[in-house]
Design a protein around this ligand. Structure first.
Ligand code: F6R
Length: 615
C-alpha cells in the first residue's frame, strides 16, 4: 500500500514524478504529494492534495514556474494507515525547519514512543502519521551526511517500511531503504529512479536493481550506490526487465477492470504456456522440488488473502480430487499467528498476485521456518514472495491495475490446476487417458471464455444487473466448487459497489442466513452442472419459497435451470471441478455492471488499495 517514487537526474522531474505516481496510484489514492528540491532557493517545493492524482495535478497548476526547474524530487500516493485522510497527513513529510523531506510506504511500529521522545525534545509535529518521525529523526542526526543520518535512524525504528529521504543541503542525492516493503531502482542514462514498483518508471528505463532488505540505496547525479547497514558497498548490477510494456493503458475499454476481465483468455493461455503437454505431462520449472520429492508431498497448505484465498479454496478441490493429497486453505493473517504444524514433507503454497501482501509473506515465512517447502504462486516475477520462497509458480496474467482482482484470480486457479494435474500424474492418481483428457479440457478453457466474452452473454448479464442496481443486499449460495465462486462473486460486488453481501455454502443456509431473506431479496446461486446440481436446485426452491428472486449461474446448455430461477447467467461448459474458472466470469461482469449502474469508480473503490503491504 502507498506508492513512493524518487528521481535524481538531469531532467526537470515534476512530470516524471507525477506520471510515475499515476502508475502507482493502484497502491493507494487517499491523497498524494511531492517535494521537489529547489536548489536555488535552498528549500523544497511541496505540493500535496487530498484525493487522487488528478487533484494533485490541479493543486500544482498555480506553481508551474516553480516546479519546472528542479531535477531531484520525491513523491507519494497514500493509502491511509496512521492518521485520517487529510492534507496534513499527506506525504511528503518535512522536518520542522523544512530541510529534510521523506516519503514512506509501510508502518513504523514504535512511532508512538519515538514521537513522545521527540516531543519531549521540543519537536512539533504537523501530522498524525507514523512517517513524520522520520524527517524529524533524520534532521536530529544530520551532521552534513544524509547517509549517516539515515543509518542512525534505522537503528531506532521498528516495523516494515520503504522510504526515500532528501536533504536540501545535498541537492542531487536521495537515500532510500527498504525493510520488508518493496523498493526497486530504475537506472537510466544519467538519471536514477527509486520506486515501490516497476510501473513507476518502466516508460523511462528497464534497467532495474532490486535492493535487499536493509540495504541503503544512495542515488547521486552520477549514479547509484548500494551500501549495507555498516556502510560497506554491496555490488548490485542492474538487470533488464524483459516484461511487456506495462504502461497501464485501458486499450479502448472504459475501465481497467473491464479490460482485465476481457484479458482472461490471454492470461489463461499464457499461464498454461508450454507447461502442459498434449499427453497431460506438466512441467513446472522453478517450483524448486524434483519430481520424486514432489510426488512424496504428504500435505498441501495454501495461505493467501482475499481473492487469492478464494483461488486457493477452488484449488483445494482440484488437488484433493486429482492428486489425492489433503489440502488445507487458510487466510494468511490467521495462519501466521496459529501454531504452525507444517513441516518437512509438506508443501506450502503462498498465493499472492502482487507478491507483496504482508500477511501472506509472514505466513510463508512461518512455514519455511518449520522446514516446509514453500512455493510462491504469484504474478510478479521479482516480488518479495519470489525471494522469500523455495520455489515459484508464476501466473502470467500481465500487470493488473484494477483494484478488484479478476484475471489474476482465474490464472491462479489455472496454475493450481496444472499443479494438481502434475501431482496427480506423479502419484498415479490419474490414468494416462485421464491426464490426456484433462489436458484437453484445460487447453479448451481459454477459448471457451474468449467465445463467451465475445458472445451476447455479457450484454445479457448487464440486462439482468440492471434489475438489481438499487438492491441493498445480496445473498450468494453454492455448493462444492460453487462455494469459492460465491465467496469471490460476493467480494467483487461488495468491494466495487459497496453493497453488503453474504456468501454461504448452500447447505448451511438453513442454519442461519435464510433469516435474512424477505420478499424480493436477490439471491445469487452458483449452480453449474455437476454432482450437487440437484441439491442446489432444492436450495433454490427453499429460498424462492421465502419470496427470494434467484439469479442462477449455470452451465450453457442446461435445460432445467431456467424453470427454477428468475434470471440465469450462463457460463461456458467445463468439467465440474474447473467450473470456478468459468462461473466467476459472469459474476465479475455482474458486479461490474451493478457498480457502473451506481456510477461508481470500479477501478479505484473507496478505502481499498491494490497491494496490502501492512498487516
Ligand atoms: C480483491 C482483491 C484482494 C486481493 C488481496 C490479496 O479483489 O484483489 O482481496 O486478492 O488483497 O492480494 P494479493 O493476491 O496481491 O496477495
Amino acid at each position: 500500500m502507498c506508492g513512493i517514487i524518487g528521481y535524481v537526474g538531469g531532467r526537470p522531474c515534476y512530470e516524471l514524478i507525477v506520471r510515475g505516481l499515476e502508475h502507482l496510484e493502484y497502491r493507494g489514492y487517499d491523497s498524494a504529494g511531492f517535494a521537489l528540491l529547489d536548489a536555488e532557493r535552498d528549500r523544497f517545493s511541496l505540493v500535496r492534495s487530498v484525493g487522487k492524482l488528478e487533484d494533485l495535478r490541479r493543486a500544482s497548476n498555480g506553481s508551474a514556474e516553480r516546479l519546472a526547474g528542479p531535477t531531484t524530487g520525491i513523491g507519494h500516493t497514500r493509502w491511509a494507515t496512521h492518521g485520517r485522510v487529510t492534507l496534513e497527513n499527506a506525504h511528503p513529510h518535512l522536518s520542522g525547519d523544512g530541510e529534510v523531506a521523506v516519503v514512506m510506504n509501510g508502518i513504523i511500529e514504535n512511532y508512538v514512543d519515538l514521537r513522545h521522545r521527540l516531543q519531549d525534545e521540543g519537536v512539533v509535529f504537523a501530522s498524525e502519521t507514523d512517517t513524520e518521525v522520520l524527517p524529524h529523526l533524520i534532521r536530529k542526526h544530520y551532521a552534513g551526511d544524509l547517509v549517516a543520518a539515515v543509518r542512525a535512524v534505522l537503528a531506532q525504528i521498528e516495523g516494515h517500511y520503504a522510504f526515500v529521504a532528501s536533504h536540501v543541503s545535498e541537492p542531487n542525492r536521495l537515500v532510500a531503504v527498504r525493510h520488508e516493503c518493496p523498493l526497486v531502482v530504475g537506472v537510466g542514462t544519467e538519471e536514477t529512479f527509486v520506486a515501490s514498483a516497476l510501473p513507476a518508471f518502466l516508460g523511462e528505463t528497464r534497467d532495474v536493481i532490486y535492493p535487499d532488505n536493509d540495504e541503503l540505496v544512495v542515488v547521486d547525479a552520477d549514479g547509484v550506490t548500494v551500501l549495507d547497514l555498516s556502510g560497506e558497498p554491496v555490488v548490485r548490477e542492474p538487470s533488464t526487465w524483459e516484461g511487456s510494456e506495462e504502461t497501464a493503458e485501458k486499450g479502448g475499454y472504459d475501465t481497467f477492470m473491464l479490460k482485465e476481465i476481457h484479458e482472461q483468455p490471454a492470461a489463461l493461455w499464457d499461464t498454461i504456456g508450454s507447461r502442459l503437454g498434449a499427453d497431460g505431462t506438466v512441467t513446472l520449472d522453478g517450483i524448486g522440488l524434483e519430481d520424486p520429492t514432489l510426488a512424496r508431498v504428504e500435505r498441501v497448505h495454501i495461505v493467501a488473502c482475499g481473492t487469492s484465498f478464494h483461488a486457493g479454496l477452488a484449488g483445494r478441490y482440484l488437488i484433493e480430487d486429482w492428486a489425492r493429497i489433503p489440502v488445507s486453505v487458510e487466510v494468511a493473517s490467521e495462519y501466521r499467528y496459529r501454531t504452525c504444524l507444517a513441516g518437512p514433507g509438506d508443501l506450502v503454497i503462498g498465493i499472492t498476485q502482487s507478491g507483496e501482501t504482508a500477511d501472506t509473506l509472514a505466513a510463508m515465512r512461518v512455514a519455511r521456518e518449520r522446514g516446509a517447502h514453500v512455493v510462491a504462486l504469484t504474478n510478479q516475477t521479482e516480488s518479495q514472495a519470489t525471494r522469500d520462497a523455495d520455489g515459484v509458480l508464476l501466473t502470467r496474467a500481465g500487470l493488473e491495475i484494477g483494484v478488484a482482482a479478476t484475471k489474476t484470480h482465474t490464472a491462479q486457479i489455472m496454475a493450481l490446476a496444472l499443479l494438481a494435474l502434475k501431482l496427480g500424474r506423479m502419484r498415479w492418481a490419474i490414468t494416462e487417458a485421464g491426464a490426456r483428457e484433462l489436458a484437453e479440457e484445460l487447453r479448451r478453457l481459454p477459448d471457451a471464455i474468449e467465445a463467451y466474452l465475445e458472445s451476447p452473454a455479457p450484454a445479457a448479464v448487464a440486462d439482468v444487473a440492471a434489475h438489481f442496481v438499487e438492491r441493498d443486499f445480496f445473498l450468494y449460495l453454492g455448493r462444492h466448487v460453487g462455494v469459492p465462486v460465491c465467496y469471490e462473486g460476493a467480494l467483487k460486488l461488495k468491494e466495487i459497489s459497496y453493497v453488503p453481501t453474504e456468501a454461504y455454502p448452500a447447505g448451511e443456509m438453513k442454519h442461519g442466513p435464510i433469516a435474512l431473506l424477505d420478499e424480493g431479496s436477490p439471491v445469487v446461486v452458483v449452480a453449474p452442472d455437476g454432482h450437487v446440481f440437484d441439491k442446489v436446485v432444492s436450495n433454490i426452491q427453499e429460498v424462492r419459497a421465502r419470496g427470494a428472486r434467484v439469479i442462477a449461474v449455470a452451465t450453457e446448455g442446461n435445460g432445467e435451470i431456467a424453470s427454477h430461477a428468475d434470471h440465469v447467467l450462463w457460463a461456458p461448459r467445463t468439467p465440474a471441478l474447473l467450473a470456478p474458472i468459468t462461473t466467476i466470469v459472469p459474476l465479475q461482469l455482474f458486479a461490474y455492471e451493478i457498480a457502473k449502474g451506481k456510477g461508481l469508480n470500479v477501478d479505484k473503490p473507496r478505502n481499498l488499495a491494490k497491494t496490502v503491504t501492512v498487516e
